[in-house]
Design a protein around this ligand. Sequence first.
Ligand code: ZN
Length: 149
Amino acid sequence: MSDLSNLYQDLILDHNASPRNFGELDCPTHRKEGSNPLCGDNLVLSLRVEDDIIVDVRFSGSGCAISKASASLMTAALKGKTIGEAEALFASFKDLLTSLEPSPASANQLGKLAAFSGVRQFPSRVKCATLAWHTLEAALHANDVASTE
Ligand code: ZN
């Protein structure tokens, strides 16, 4: 088990040190800012959606290692997914982090994103890990401001 947690931790550290898809898209179809005031995490998510498929997605901003790594892994996971698939991923991610008894299917569906399962032991960090996802949801549904509050 400790090997597995080390692996997961390495993945989070790696994505924090070299975030994937960092920056902003030139012509996004969706763009949203999100913040987690409890920790001071801020990010801007920009997406290009064509025919219900997320063809490109980037994030920028600043925040703690968990928020950055989560945004990085999220953007990597979202490319090529339909909006429905993206929302299903978010539901599984939330389930894994916040349910008393997460469904084993959630972890299976999440792949690398399951690296954040250890965060569930630290409720204050759950908001860091879900910020990018809340921002995604707000971007897709054109909510005013994304916030973990
Ligand atoms: Zn944070």
